[in-house]
Design a protein around this ligand. Sequence first.
Ligand code: FO1
Length: 309
Amino acid sequence: MSIVVLCGGVGGSRFLKALCEMRLQEEITAIVNTGDDLELYGLRISPDIDIVVYTLAGMINPQTAWGIRGDTFNCLDALRNLGEEAWFQLGDRDMATQIWRAKLMRQGKTLTETTALMTERFGLSLQVLPMCDELAPTMMETSEGITHFQHYLVRDKCEKSVKAIYPGGCGFEAAPGALDAIRSARMILFAPSNPFVSIGTILSVKGIRDAITAASAPKVGVSPLIGSDVIKGPAARMLSDLGLPVSSAGVSAQYAGILDAFIIDTADEAQAKEIRELGIEPHLADIMLDTPERRSALVKKVLEAGGAG
Ligand code: FO1
């Protein structure tokens, strides 16, 4: 029986780090968003899987929270000189991961298989699963048309207002093992990740939402927002563009009918009533994940909220 964690990149990896620091890694199956994946230079880039693996391996660039610490960009510079677009900052060592993944995939390995090999090669003992094996990009409808999520986020720097989000998982089969892990989990956790383009995308994969709803395990989420601020990423901007409340309660509304409990920051105590009215039990905690003490206190709270404290 495992602890299944649905997660995106930055918030998800920090939450997984907190769980791993509490020696839960052997028990964890992380189902990671791959709606952010893209193909560049003939390579399959899987940013959220890479962010999770680099973070847990202690290699993540702490300034950006993506890419590898101390990486150089000679390969990208050379590609730019050859006339290639180079808006996605892939470092040299990060590029090696992409070349290696592409090689394995050309040999017929799936993303699930390459991810399992990657976690093993980086010395990790948790199970990391992509949400699905196919390239299933999340598309963003903005004032200027429909575009790939990474074009919206990185190339265009979230400059365009979001009108609608088309989560990448729709119609795709879940990665082998994902549905079984959910069905037999002792607890299902939603990391403090973006409710639309991370958790929402995973929930859009065929069978995942239904399997979670039907699972008997307690389901606990952690808010990615404190007040109306998000620690990293475009969640607040998206809520606002979509005309939704920019708050933990606004995020929890995306999880109504799925989650049993939602951890919000003590600063957001005033939203507890609204969350309870959605049928989700709110729990107050310090949800910042920046020190080992804060991380362990939050994990204890999460386990407590899931009845395993
Ligand atoms: N995010 C950026 O804002 N700019 C980048 O140039 C960029 C490059 C990049 C390279 C590798 C990688 O694994 C992630 C990278 N990210 C970059 C982050 C990433 O696009 C998003 O933060 C995640 O997809 C959201 O979880």
